[in-house]
Design a protein around this ligand. Structure first.
Ligand code: MN
Length: 228
């Protein structure tokens, strides 16, 4: 085996609830506008058009339990989402077989530099500068399918400083988890370690340093994430 020409970058891992084993991350796919009420609040038609995805980087995922307010933005928004972790993958996965590839689920946030994303949208440019910044996706411990089953319904919500801001139900997702996996597998070769952020319900808005975000999802519990 050849020596590495530079120091080997660390493998990004996430904690698994009730286990000392950790989950290694390969890729991160995020779906846009997957709740009708959120599509409407962002100025879009909620009709069921083909889904669209963007990506974050594996090391944007942050299991530290805090959100570090990023540089270069004065309008950073919260988006509470369910993360789906894959234990296997492939191409052209049928919807009926998709859930067999799921390892587990976690609470997560798709934090967004909305001002920068908005500029990119206007220019027809990619969103990474608004979406894929350092520590942009706080994520909680992974709950395995063995522990919690498959999550297709249940309340998902976010409060800031005790005031409810986002609330929805997983059953309101326009594209369900098996459909997202199947669709992505037609365009990419999915594999163990891939993570899918499944979209946010309505009520997105800004956070500021010192805020405390409380996020919860039926079946996965709750977590508190301060903005530092
Ligand atoms: Mn999102």
């Amino acid at each position: 085996m050849p020596a590495y020409a530079i120091a080997l970058p660390p493998v990004v891992t996430l904690p698994v609830a009730g286990s000392s084993a950790v989950f290694p991350v390969r890729r991160v796919y995020c779906i846009g506008r997957n709740y009708a009420a959120h599509a409407i609040e962002m100025g879009h038609d909620p009709d069921r058009e083909a889904p669209f995805f963007f990506q974050k980087n594996p090391n944007n995922l942050d299991a530290s339990g805090e959100f570090v307010y990023p540089e270069k933005s004065t309008d950073v928004h919260h988006e509470v989402e369910m993360a789906v972790m894959l234990q296997s993958g492939g191409c052209n996965i049928p919807v009926s077989k998709a859930l067999s590839h799921v390892f587990g689920y976690a609470l997560s946030l798709d934090m967004t530099r909305r001002d920068l994303q908005g500029e990119q949208k206007k220019l027809g440019r990619p969103w990474e500068i608004g979406k894929a910044f350092e520590r942009s996706a706080p994520v909680g411990p992974i709950h395995t399918v063995e522990q919690v089953g498959h999550l297709a319904q249940g309340r998902i919500e976010l409060s800031i400083n005790g005031a409810l801001k986002q609330q929805g139900d997983l059953n309101q997702m326009i594209w369900k988890v098996p459909e997202m996996i199947s669709y992505l597998s037609d365009y990419f070769k999915l594999a163990a370690g891939d993570v899918i952020l499944s979209g946010t319900p309505a009520g997105v808005g800004p956070v500021v340093k010192g805020d405390v975000m409380d996020i919860a999802l039926d079946g996965l519990g709750a977590m508190t994430i301060p903005v530092t």
